[in-house]
Design a protein around this ligand. Sequence first.
Ligand SMILES: Nc1ncnc2c1ncn2[C@@H]1O[C@H](COP(=O)(O)OP(=O)(O)OP(=O)(O)O)[C@@H](O)[C@H]1O
Length: 335
Amino acid sequence: MALSFGQHNIGIDLGTSNTYVYVEGKGIVLREPSVVARNTETNEIIAVGEEARDMLGRTPASIAAIRPMRDGVIADYDTTVAMISYYMKKALGGRVGKPFVTLGVPAKITAVERRAVIDAARVAGARDAYVLDEPFAAAIGAGLPVMEPTGSMVVDFGGGTTDVATISLGGIVSARSTRFAGDKLNEAIISYVRNNNNLAIGESTAERLKIEVGTVSLEEAKTLPACTARGRDLLTGLPKTVEVPAIDIAQAIQDPINEIVNAIRETLESTQPEIAADVIDHGMVLTGGGAQLKGLPEIIEGVTKVSVHVAEDPMDAVVKGVGESLKSLEVLRRN
Ligand SMILES: Nc1ncnc2c1ncn2[C@@H]1O[C@H](COP(=O)(O)OP(=O)(O)OP(=O)(O)O)[C@@H](O)[C@H]1O
């Protein structure tokens, strides 16, 4: 679409864990955590992004560090508006004029949840807003031939949802969305360490342990060093440090990983035969932060017998795809 002076198109991956922003003509300009810190009395915004993330689990009564997105959808509308508005201004720098905004959303959310994302972007200052299904965007971002008469399969393993979809001829053929994703892995680690080490740890510590170990393979985990976890001893109530073996972390995340592998298997089972045949030929592509877990492609291949590839820069795939789609914004606007 030809833009007149002062108009800009931007694409946003409004994720449960991270928000990425793409500005047409510039590419990805911002990658920040989806966290906002507010003063609990005045509601004033104190920090957004990394600075706010560092406050998670460490705030006094006067400050609330909030993750406004949960399970892929808006959980706190006003805070989401404030976050989008902040990131839009940051991404556009001093540029004037309201942008057209396209946002990625999980494929299986309700019409009301979709509407809330569009409204939030408009209230945050968008001239107008559109949404694009995240697995479709991820497939574009991963370079899959989404417009061709051939079946492609993508698994977008994010923080709040894992979206699984088969795509052909510019549309989603079948999709599944499960809330088993990065946050559920963190919850599983918190509960494992609580039960095995009598230690209460926070979300950020669980996230660090998961990324440090970085594997779902029990064999590989046996070869890795233990991780240090600090938290509150549940027996004495005092601060404590423990060494958690890597195998414990890999073990802790087995159940949610199995749920994700099941969602992939079920999607394949409900796929039309021609699409299934294409997927066998080309394999499936993993995107999102969770795609970086080592051993995951092998587990999925073992269950589905389909080859699995991890996209280049898997966390950028959705925003890249949304960015690519801005070129067809005229089509989105007409629809
Ligand atoms: N190296 C890594 N190994 C394992 N998990 C990782 C790694 N890096 C990031 N993650 C996880 O990926 C998730 C974030 O991924 P991503 O930014 O793609 O999700 P999101 O877009 O915010 O979420 P959603 O799409 O579900 O709304 C977090 O749960 C994070 O812990």
